[in-house]
Design a protein around this ligand. Sequence first.
Ligand code: XIL
Length: 351
Amino acid sequence: MLDRRVLLALPLALVACKRGASAEPAVAPARSLKALAPFPVGVCAKSPQFEDPAWVDLVTAQFSQLTPEWEMKMEYILGDGPGRFRFDGPDAIAAFARHHGLRLHGHTLIWYAQGEQAFAGLDRARFTTAFDRYIATVAGRYRGQVVSWDVVNEPVTDEGSELRDCHWSRMLGADGYMIRAFHKARAADPDAVLFLNDYNLENTPRKGATFLKLVERLMKTGAPIGGIGTQSHLDIRIPAGQIRAFFRDAASLGLPIHVSELDASLRSEDRVDLRSPGQRIEQQTARVGELAEAFMALPERQRFAFSVWGARDTDSWLRQGERDNGQDQPLLFDGAGRPGPAYAAVAAAFA
Ligand code: XIL
């Protein structure tokens, strides 16, 4: 007896598989992702994309939530120099979301990767005042416009057993800067769901475990963490079951979970990668399907949103600059907006 999901996925998969085989335009999937999913389906956005009608059509048809890809980050907002805030980009994204009835997820207030220059040379008192002022100003401005924030992004090292040492931790303490950030964000926006967000939590089990222990430890101090963000930039070569295991452990904390930045590159950094195109698609479909199914298996109240890090393959950060070999298909839709194999895997899991 074929599982209902397989039966539903077959036409979607056929449409998706056509993508590689022939040029005729694949028929748009019968039901959109946001119609299939019993929770918000998100995508990242940059305001210049609003000038591309094909992007607008695809995103408004398929998605119900936006995450600013770059313009709500400190590097953009403080881009005009110390003490000056630049909000044209994030305001444009908030306006687009409002106009199209899309939820808006704020990304991100405090990130190890940004802010070192802007906060350089300040003594502890001034640093702390500037830290508090930044969060109060930004989270305060978008109060009532965002439903949630990645308050702290990527706190755990790549190796996975420790917290990153960064300008925030050196001045305010390893846990201290995160605890402070969550309290200041809560003070600025009493309603937003406040997330701790990180990557490779499924790919590197040690990192996933350290991240979950960190969430528990911070919550025990009273930090108002309201959700867990797992970026899910998947390494499709990981063994089956690893994604499911992380979600089982993550679910045990009882918090809403956001798959916040899904992409599943077909490439690897290895100098020699003997996988055939078919093997790569097979791995991608299996791991993306496992992720979507693990998310679906969560209790309804823990399914915050399922977000992908780009609408079309050509929108992906993995297709920018020297990373790009012109062939990667990390997302759900190809450059022409046609559903691919990863779309079929997600749609089948959502059905
Ligand atoms: C990336 C964007 O996609 C790029 O366009 C930008 O140049 C750098 O940041 N984890 C995150 C995201 O939380 O903010 C990053 O986004 C990708 C990794």
